[in-house]
Design a protein around this ligand. Structure first.
Ligand SMILES: Nc1nc2c(ncn2[C@@H]2O[C@H](COP(=O)(O)OP(=O)(O)OP(=O)(O)O)[C@@H](O)[C@H]2O)c(=O)[nH]1
Length: 390
């Protein structure tokens, strides 16, 4: 099979144009619109750069070489800036923007060099931003959206082929006497660059969509104010912990926590401060929990803890530590007034997962009520008639 290069080229241009159209349309609506708009700009610059390659028949070579390579390199930098914005969730660093402009402008003075040397240097310049883009993805390999991985791989692939061309131009300058002179490495670079960068664009759109769906998922399962799980999301997780305990023979501790006299906090210092207390409390609890433990906000100032593989002593230990943490939280109002936070708790246990979620909730609720009635700032173990005072 032989490739008809002009046909391939036109198809690729159409591909870039189609992706550009989709990016312009989607970026207005889709989460991560700024990063998508950035990629769309990079896409337009690439498209313009490739169009300049087509005018080699009408324009003198230096003009189209400088214009096309300058636009393509700038497009690459804009891609990587969009990727950096997406990964860091912050505007791209200044050096990346300035570096892109400098590299694009450097194409003109490079024309003074012999073609093989120029090809080697241009390849290096074009590889640099793509290698940086690949590194950005590797840096966030675990945290970032999975769809970003192929994007990083494609950028790294193009960077690698450009480096191969750089080495080839140094080792075999006779293959680069004229820029349009065909050779296998040139073909490899052209195919890899055009196809992989186009593919990276589609991958980037998918990564934005993945982030949007992850954030919707989080909104549906977590409380917006404290970041704790909400009740709906916690119920199946509690059921799962109980099933595991039934199979493995462990004990699940379920704890209901209610901040003491929280109404007074709101009344004295306002709701905004009350919100801050809830946020800081949840933050403090999270630092005490193991990865398998759950923090749930049931509503208002009421929280629940699900502690798999914990008995009464384990739950008590966590609550005592929390009590100490709350004392040290050092919450102060804007006027500098100290606002101590205390809580009451009801503990219920499900040995070997024998007590189901509903019964656990009822038992812990009764114990919490006993803790409040007993004077607050304490925990009560359900069914044990046992109070752990502050
Ligand atoms: N700031 C803030 N306040 C909330 C939120 N949700 C519920 N509240 C308030 O929490 C307070 C709960 O008050 P109560 O149920 O009377 O309980 P309490 O004052 O903590 O008294 P005890 O539980 O008996 O110690 C009410 O004033 C609610 O308005 C919230 O998201 N933010």
């Amino acid at each position: 099979m032989t490739l008809h290069e002009p046909t391939l080229f036109v198809l690729l241009l159409l591909g870039y144009a189609m992706l550009g159209l989709q990016l312009v349309t989607a970026s207005r609506r889709l989460f991560g619109g700024e990063a998508l708009r950035g990629w769309g700009l990079g896409n337009s610059l690439m498209l313009a750069g490739y169009l300049f390659l087509l005018v080699d028949v009408v324009a003198p070579q230096p003009v189209w070489v400088v214009a096309s390579n300058g636009l393509i390199v700038l497009g690459e930098f804009v891609f990587v800036a969009a990727l950096q914005r997406f990964v860091d969730q912050a505007p791209p660093p200044r050096w990346l923007v300035m570096g892109g402009l400098a590299c694009a402008l450097s194409m003109a003075p490079l024309m003074m060099l012999a073609t093989p040397t120029r090809m080697a240097i241009m390849s290096l310049i074009a590889a640099a931003p793509l290698a940086w883009g690949g590194w950005l993805v590797v840096r966030q390999w675990r945290e970032a959206e999975r769809s970003l991985r192929p994007v990083g791989a494609m950028l790294a692939l193009v960077a690698a082929t450009l480096l191969i061309r750089c080495v080839h131009a140094v080792l075999q300058p006779s293959a680069y006497v004229d820029m349009t002179q065909p050779n296998p490495v040139q073909t490899l670079v052209a195919v890899a660059a055009y196809v992989a960068l186009l593919g990276a664009g589609f991958g980037f759109v998918l990564a934005c969509t993945e982030r949007a769906s992850r954030s919707l998922e989080r909104l549906a399962s977590h409380d917006h104010l404290t970041g704790a799980l909400n009740r709906q999301a916690a119920e199946p997780l509690l059921a799962q912990a109980l099933r595991r305990a039934r199979r493995g023979g462990g004990c699940v501790a379920f704890v209901l926590i209610d901040l003491d006299r929280f109404k007074q906090v709101n009344d004295r210092h306002g709701h905004v401060f009350g919100d801050e207390v809830l946020r800081r409390f949840a933050q403090t609890v999270r630092t005490r929990l193991r990865a398998s433990d759950l923090l749930v906000r049931l509503g208002g100032e009421e929280f629940a803890l699900v502690l798999p593989d914990s008995d009464a002593a384990g739950a008590r230990r966590v609550l005592e530590q929390l009590r100490g943490d709350c004392r040290e939280m050092g919450l102060h109002t804007e006027a500098g007034q100290a606002c101590p936070v205390s809580f009451s708790a009801g503990i219920a246990l499900s040995p070997q997962g024998r007590v189901d979620g509903e019964a656990l909730y009822r038992a812990a609720d009764g114990a919490l009520y006993a803790a409040k009635r007993g004077g607050r700032d304490r925990a009560v173990l359900a069914g044990a008639d046992e109070t752990i005072p502050a």
